[in-house]
Write a protein that binds this ligand. Structure first.
Ligand SMILES: Nc1ncnc2c1ncn2[C@@H]1O[C@H](COP(=O)(O)OP(=O)(O)OP(=O)(O)O)[C@@H](O)[C@H]1O
Ligand code: SF4
Ligand SMILES: [Mg+2]
Length: 327
C-alpha cells in the first residue's frame, strides 16, 4: 500500500540555509501490516506519517525520493487520486478526542452521519450501525453513548467514540500518531490495545507512532527506529526487542526498561547530537559508547542484514576496520 523510497525532506533555516528533517528514509507498509515508528522527539516520525498521506508540511521541501501510495507517485498524483487514497486512511487524533467530535451533536448523530457519508443506508440502519460500532470499540453502555454529547463522556470513552468515528468511514489504514504529552497512560494503552485488536480482526494496516514501547511491542509486527531524521534500524518487533543492534536502539529500549541495555551509553542532550553535521559521520557518534574514529569521518549506510533487518552501524555489524581506534 505504501512504498517510500529514499525520502529526503528539508526546512528553511533562519540563516537562509536548509536543515534536513528526513534523510534517505524508506518505508513499506503492506495490506494488513502493522508498523511502528519509534525515536526521540524531533526525529521525524510525524513527518514520515504525513508523507504516508501524501502530505508535506508548509515550508517543507522534498529534495529526494519517492512516495508511492497504492502504486501512485504522490508527487504527480491527481487531486482525485490523492483524495481517494486519503479516503481510505483514518488518522487517530489522540491528543483531544473530544475536540475531534463536534460538541453540538450527539455521538449517535455524528456516527450515523459518518456511516451514511460512505454507505447508502437509511437513518435507522445507520443508527443501528453506529450502535454496533460503539459496541465494537467496547464503549460502556453503547445505547447511552449514542445519546450523549462528547463533553458528557470521560476521556477514555471519548477516545473510543473517536475510534468508532474513524472506523465508520471503513478505512484500510489507521495512522495513530501519539503526541508526547498525553492522556493518562492506562487509558492510552487500553485504547491502543483496542486499535490493535480491531486491526487484527479487520485486516487493517496500522502505522503507529508511539513513545510507549510496551504498546509498540504488543501492536506492531515491524518497527523502524528513527534518529535525527534517519532510519537507524528496522526489524521484526520480536527481533528488535530481544536483540536490539543499533547503539541508539539499545539506549532507547534501556531507557524504557525494555532490555537490551548491554553497553548502553550515557546520552548527551538530543538537540546537540541531532545538530551534528551528518557529513562528518554518523549522526549518533557524539552519544555513542561504541564510536570509533571512522564513525566521525564517514556517514554509515543503512545495510540490509540476512534476517531482513536493516542497520545503520558498520561497527556493530562487522567490527572495527583495520587501523581504526576509539572515536
Ligand atoms: N513545519 C515545520 N517547520 C519547520 N520545521 C519542522 C516543521 N515540522 C517539523 N519540523 C522539524 O522536523 C523535525 C522532525 O519533526 P517531527 O514532528 O516529525 O518529529 P517527531 O519525531 O514526530 O517528534 P515528537 O515525538 O515530538 O512528535 C523536527 O526537528 C522539527 O523541528
Ligand atoms: S556508526 Fe559508530 S557512532 Fe554510529 S552508532 Fe555505530 S558505532 Fe556508534
Ligand atoms: Mg510527532
Amino acid at each position: 500500500m505504501i512504498r517510500i523510497r529514499n525520502l529526503a525532506l528539508v526546512f528553511p533555516t533562519f540563516h537562509g540555509g536548509e536543515t534536513a528533517a528526513l534523510r534517505g528514509v524508506s518505508l513499506d507498509i503492506g495490506a494488513g501490516e502493522r508498523v511502528a515508528l519509534v525515536g526521540e522527539s524531533g526525529s521525524g516520525k510525524s513527518l514520515l506519517a504525513l508523507a504516508c498521506l501524501g502530505l508535506v508540511p508548509e515550508h517543507g521541501r522534498v529534495v529526494e525520493g519517492r512516495v508511492e501510495l497504492d502504486g501512485v507517485d504522490a508527487a504527480t498524483a491527481s487531486r482525485a487520486a490523492l483524495r481517494a487514497w486519503r479516503g481510505g486512511v483514518a488518522g487517530l487524533a489522540f491528543q483531544e478526542a473530544a475536540g475531534a467530535l463536534s460538541p453540538v451533536y450527539t455521538i449517535g448523530f455524528q456516527l450515523a452521519e459518518a456511516v451514511r457519508a460512505h454507505r447508502p443506508l437509511s437513518r435507522r440502519q445507520a443508527r443501528e450501525r453506529a450502535r454496533e460500532l460503539l459496541a465494537e470499540v467496547a464503549i460502556d453502555e453503547p445505547e447511552a453513548a449514542l445519546r450523549a454529547y462528547p463533553h458528557e463522556l470521560s476521556g477514555g470513552q471519548a477516545q473510543r467514540a473517536m475510534l468508532a468515528m474513524a472506523l465508520a468511514a471503513g478505512p484500510r489504514l489507521l495512522i495513530a500518531d501519539e503526541p508526547t504529552s498525553e492522556l493518562d497512560p492506562i487509558t492510552r494503552a487500553e485504547v491502543l490495545g483496542l486499535v490493535g485488536r480491531l486491526c487484527r480482526e479487520r485486516g487493517l494496516s496500522l502505522l503507529l507512532v508511539s513513545h510507549d514501547l510496551a504498546v509498540v511491542r504488543d501492536l506492531a509486527q515491524r518497527v523502524l527506529v528513527l534518529y535525527a531524521g534517519e532510519v537507524v534500524e528496522e526489524a521484526a518487533t520480536a527481533a528488535l526487542f530481544s536483540e536490539p543492534l543499533h547503539p541508539f536502539t539499545r539506549e532507547l529500549l534501556a531507557a524504557a526498561g525494555e532490555g537490551g541495555a548491554a553497553g548502553a551509553p550515557v546520552g548527551c542532550p538530543p538537540a546537540k547530537a541531532a545538530a551534528a553535521p551528518a557529513e562528518l559521520g554518523c549522526r549518533f557518534h557524539q552519544r555513542c559508547g561504541l564510536a570509533l574514529a571512522s564513525c566521525r569521518r564517514r556517514a554509515p549506510e543503512l545495510a540490509n542484514l540476512a534476517d531482513g533487518r536493516r542497520l545503520r552501524c558498520p561497527v556493530v555489524r562487522g567490527g572495527p576496520e583495520v587501523g581504526d581506534g576509539p572515536g
